[in-house]
Design a protein around this ligand. Sequence first.
Ligand SMILES: [Zn+2]
Length: 696
Amino acid sequence: MKHLTVALLFAASAALAQTNPVPAQQAQPAEQTAKKDQPLTALPYTPSLDIPSMDRTADPCVDFYQYTCGGWMKSNPIPPDQASWSVYGKVGDENARFLWGILEEAAKPAANRSAVQQKIGDYFDACMDEARVEELGAEPLNPLLDQIGAIKSKHELASFLAKEHPRNYSSGWLFGFGSDQDFGDATQVIAFAHSGGLGLPDRDYYTKSDEKSKDIRAKYRAHVGNMLQLIGESKAEAKKDAATVMRIETALAKASLTRVERRDPYKLYHKMSPAALQKLTPAFDWNTYLADNGIGGVKTLNVTEPKFFKALNTEIVTVPLSDWKAYLRWNAAHNRAAYLSKKFVAENFDFYSKTLRGVKEITPRWKRCVRYVDRDLGEALGQEFVRRTFSAETKEKTVEMTRLIEKAMENEIKTLDWMTDATKTRALEKLHAVANKVGYPDRWRDYSALEVKRGDFFGNATRATVFESRRDLAKIGKPVDRGEWGMTPPTVNAYYNPQMNDINFPAGVLQPPLYDPKLDDAPNYGNTGSTIGHELTHAFDDEGRQFDAHGNLKDWWTPEDAKAFEERIQCIRDQYAQYTVVDEIKINSKLTSGEDVADLGGTLLAYIAWKDATANQNLQPMDGFTPDQRFFIGFAQWACENNRPENERVNAITNPHSPGKYRINGIVSDLPEFARAFGCGPNAPMVRGAKACKVW
Ligand SMILES: [Zn+2]
């Protein structure tokens, strides 16, 4: 899937496709494994306001999350192959199970298969052919290991990486490279060179000195050693090489920006000529690298982190070639492990899922295979998904919901007391320019140039990755395709892309219990409406606000408005910094503030839009809840989740979203509309009163 430098997602782990070669998420409850482990012929239904998911013994004014999600948390233990379990995760799991049926059907070599069905069916069949994969063992890796062995000088790293980078989704292998919109001119696509080269999920894992971090590093080193042994190194050799890998990666990690720093687009924007990049990294032959990638003619690149490339140069100069080869062998095994035999898959699972995230069992093979098809042929599989699940009526209703939420945002901007008219004019201009993408792309991606063969899982995965890389690099120098999507249709997630200035809602996220065509507006505006409002608010959060209506990184705020805005963001940062993720770890609210402000703004916008949509209706209480209460319960129930403590620790470092509990309790305690709906007194824990934060 395309690497979006600054795209803002709704949820972290719910995406169906994951670029990490080690899938950790998605599953089914353990006790039901036997009877549930079969494809679904239709998607199951759960209402967007689900009373059994509540815990009505809890006091909504004391802990609203417990009140709305207590029942769900109790009856949805984390399945053994999951790091966490959530309403989003469950929908994603059901989608995968439904896609499984589509793929099994497409895998039958019938004469009347369409071209799309042939590709997805044969890819899935090859992936499911575990006997063939076992028979091959580590053999598919041999040509790559031979190439590494044949490298004669460090100068050859450039031609080697030019060949190898396009075969990988991960940003391992020293650094990352691809295309993206120019921050300064959103109409242009230019080349991007990113920091990368790490095997752990974040640079902080290499630099933190607490006991848990040291323990993870020791286990990571052991894992690297185990992988190297699987490709034939002796125990002693593997141990030495693992230490080398750790040393190289630590140097790269130290030179990389933190996640909080990377939220500042100006810190990631350093346009330069290939000659300037060459000067920054004289030991790396960029001419060869670019030419071998078919982009020898590029005039400018964005080097997101020059400091990183400077440090990379030092490493290339000082680390001996034999050590680089150890690092490359590790990357070879690591990046291909998922497509190799069981022992590779198991070793990978053991570290990345079990140790890092606390997962108990490996994801069943069918589910991993569905995920790979979605990742590699997402808009082929997506056509089949949309045809069966996404109605014109849902599209029409959610588009209308979006319109009313935009109208609410327009009114909010016009009546803000802290923003001057000059900035308001620009803000409205940006709001009116937001493109709404709902369901699926207008034009499907053409995969005809991608060869998919039965019985060749490793080859299919490699060719698909190369196909995607070539597609990505081919965009350089061409006008931006505004119709492109960064998520596949079955994905249970949504995003705002500040450079496109568009909000994107795949079909997968517009289904029960998130969007429920059988229920009335109150829970639907609470749930899906808040998500739409969330994405729209990203256009105006502390990161998104720095881009203008056309998607250019350009300051359109008067200094006094920028200051007033930052004060309001600080209120939210202070609020969320008090909340605990797990054990002694608090939310890093400098990392989550963009998402927190989107949650707060989005919920208020959805509430206002809902009032507008139902202005002429005589709304009545249902099931003992007032209409306003039903809005807020519907809002909260998207976020019900259970999490393993190990996974919470990973989230605390890598996830820009706060834990589900605070995405609900933090928000409602800032909204007087909530306190009124539930008659909460001024001293109730869910009422921040005078301390409440408000931006939009
Ligand atoms: Zn978001």
